[in-house]
Design a protein. Structure first.
Length: 57
């Protein structure tokens, strides 16, 4: 359901966070996806979750 490519995943996750979810935990729970997997994939392309901005930067 979520993109496998890290760059596409970044775009997908940030859009969902911006438009639909108050935080990463809520998104992962609702979409039934593994938070650690998302964080690791995006860390591999030098992005990290910023809780205050509610997006990966």
């Amino acid at each position: 359901m979520i993109p496998k490519d890290p760059v596409m995943l970044l775009s997908f996750v940030n859009l969902k966070l911006r438009d639909f979810y108050k935080d990463l935990d809520s998104m992962c729970e609702d979409l039934d996806v593994d938070k650690d997997e998302i964080v690791q994939k995006l860390r591999a392309i030098d992005y990290h979750y910023d809780k205050e901005q509610n997006k990966f930067v």
